[in-house]
Ligand binder design. Structure first.
Ligand SMILES: [Fe+2]
Length: 308
């Protein structure tokens, strides 16, 4: 089976520089041309899916089934119950059996309140400054385990935050332990984990499982207030998008096309583009590499991996 993959589209008219409907239509054309069985977005599709329901409907109404996963910004304006309704998601987390594979769509938008021990779903900015952001409740860990164990198909785990980066999902190590245990009992129970959120393109293999850090289609952060915004873009960028000075952007939206055949995963990256106005972190005098040594590039890599 084959699917079109993208993440962190961050559709916010007037907020973040964006490819809007044109970018989505371009993706839909590519998905058609490549013969994709579905489109999948890994979270932060839109900062206000209720207000911009026309854009969400454009995604959901496409003839190729199109799915989403909850990201931290999706609930920036409305509670998650309303957000998943707008996205037409069956639940906050759910399984998707398609083309002989199970996609386990996980919701990492919880923080653990260190005072009460309670797991709190994200709403607006309630998770800002929380030491245990992106922490899965025990019930969801149990659900992940059951989803894998009960699956008649090899599983692909999909989430907004990463189980592979040591500082992202705070109990990502518990998810990896569940995966490793399942694969020990039954090889190839889980083939791959895919995440968004970090806006970097990277592929690693740990214990015979692919961990795919999926980049943002539209931008990477270049600071935030109270830091002064940069002034390297065009005048109209700042007039049209209030966060333009805190972004670096590719000149075309980024994506990849993934094919699954048995235990072979083929990732077809997109054509390289340029950075908007030639500006990347380096040109802004900022550190280019994150804590994992990954940088934002205006392309996505290709790979063909057969898990033995
Ligand atoms: Fe995010």
């Amino acid at each position: 089976m084959k699917f079109f993959l993208f993440s962190d589209y961050h559709y916010t008219p007037g907020g973040y520089i964006n490819f809007g409907f044109d970018g989505l239509h371009k993706f839909q054309r590519i998905a058609e041309e490549k013969g994709c069985d579905m489109m999948l977005h890994l979270g932060d599709l839109c900062h206000n899916p209720i207000k911009y329901i026309d854009f969400i409907d454009e995604y959901n109404n496409f003839h190729i089934p199109s799915y989403n996963c909850l990201g931290n910004h999706d609930t920036e304006q409305y509670p998650r119950e309303e957000v998943i309704k707008a996205y037409r998601m069956p639940d906050f987390h759910y399984n998707l059996d398609i083309g002989g594979y199970r996609f386990v769509i996980i919701n990492t938008s919880y923080y653990r309140d260190t005072q009460t021990g309670e797991f709190v779903p994200y709403f607006r900015t309630n998770y800002f400054g929380q030491p245990e952001r992106e922490t899965l409740p025990p019930e969801e860990l149990e659900w992940i385990k059951e989803s894998i164990e009960s699956s008649p198909y090899p599983c692909i785990l999909c989430s907004h935050s990463s189980f592979e980066r040591y500082y992202d999902c705070k109990n990502g190590h518990q998810v990896r332990a569940i995966i490793d245990e399942a694969n020990k009992k039954k090889p190839h129970s889980v083939l791959m984990c895919m995440n968004g959120h970090m806006h970097k393109d990277h592929i690693s293999i740990i214990n015979n499982v692919i961990y795919y850090d999926v980049t943002s289609s539209t931008f990477d952060c270049a600071g935030c207030p109270p830091m002064p915004p940069h002034d390297k873009f065009n005048k109209e960028d700042y007039e049209n998008y209030k966060n333009a000075g805190y972004m670096i952007c590719p000149d075309a939206p980024l994506y990849s096309v993934v094919t699954l055949e048995g235990t072979t995963v083929t990732i077809e990256g997109c054509e390289p583009t340029t950075m908007h106005c030639g500006i990347g972190h380096k040109e802004l005098g900022m550190e280019e590499y994150d804590k994992m040594g990954r940088k934002y590039e205006p392309f996505t890599q290709s790979a063909k991996i057969t898990l033995g």
